[in-house]
Design a binder for this molecule. Sequence first.
Ligand code: PMP
Length: 439
Amino acid sequence: MKNVEKSRHKYTESQAYLAGGVASSLRSAMKPTPLFASKGSGPRIWDVDGNVYIDYLLGYGPLILGHAHEATTESVYAAMKRGITYGLQHEGEIELARTLTEILPCADKVALSGSGTEAVMLALRLARAYTGKRKIVRFHGHYHGWSDTIFTSFPSSDMRQSDTTALVSPVDQTILPGTSGQSEIALKDIILLPWNDSAALETALREHHDDIAAVISEPVMCNSGCVLPKPGYLEQMRNLTNELSIVMILDEVITGFRLGLSGAHGKFGLKPDLVTIGKALGGGIAVSAVAGSQDIMALIENGTVSHLGTLNGNGVATAAALATIAELSKDEGAVYAKMIKNADLLVEGIRRLLAKHSLPGIVNQIGPVFHMMFTQEPKVEDFAAFTQRDAAKYSEFSSKMLEEGVLVRSNGLWYLSAVHGEQEIEETLAAVDRALAHL
Ligand code: PMP
């Protein structure tokens, strides 16, 4: 057993002062105890007990260049020395906004915020103001942040704060709030649909289009099984929303800058009205953006829609984003090519090891993000199939991986960074082999 006594001790100490002992509720789910980090470097992270782990949690996604990448830290350090935030406009905002409009196919204009949650809040507000309608269509198993207007029940087991927070049933369509204390009025405007179900989408949109302001969807269901859209599904969403005057929002907080510079919508050749991006955009610094068509973004320009935030577009955020994008843009796609090649190696290896140990399981992958699950299902192509996985067994596996010196999220979602190399993949696969042998 790895010694994590100092982490245990610090967790107790933290609970005396910090509500829940963690700064974001789902971090408390970590077994055997929420770990306290002392440093991170490249693809590795150290805890306060001196244990080192190959990191596939990657800060829940932002660390696409790994920990403390020189390009980001130097750029942020230089920006800080020029003044952290001004409350005035500065060159970095123009540069970042221009860069995003050049890179993201759907972006005529962008707006900057601090988190994915805020970006989604703004996108929904824009859609309602633009259409003069109220209802929002969202999907089972997707996650769009924790604001009152969109937060329904948690999509996966490690996102539940307690066992009393029931998962929404994929069958009865009941909409449950994500947490106590959430405004029920806000959720009255939500229509919750099964994802990847063309007939359900068409029926709901045609029936309620007079009331529907927006459809919001992850382009790949990364929060519940890394499920790809069925061929034609997102195109159908695009066609129907165009026809019925509904705003199509793709929530690219995970996929943005992860599947490639132009995100999922670039990769799939789609033009949604709005996209939200965050996480990888800042390489670990808080920054997010809404990007979209001139018609809709004009509502911010003409003052119809308020977009506020003390730290929006601060110099540290823009410096981090610009440095991250510059690094990811190097050598014409070579960074992504390497990242995807390594992810393929890892995923193929895991699939091979699942077979070797006769453990029925599935790894759903798109580029450098994948979801590993133990399941008897032949395929996981929707949320209903995802809920059939053996979450407890995976959680046990993730604990064994920790013992082996590999940090993975206990719900099954893995992120790979641009600095994970063949060495890390090899070590990780050896660890997977040993962990599976002990299940
Ligand atoms: N949208 C998606 C698709 C996400 O995965 C997340 C975070 N996991 C969010 C929005 C919310 O982002 P944040 O945690 O930065 O508020």
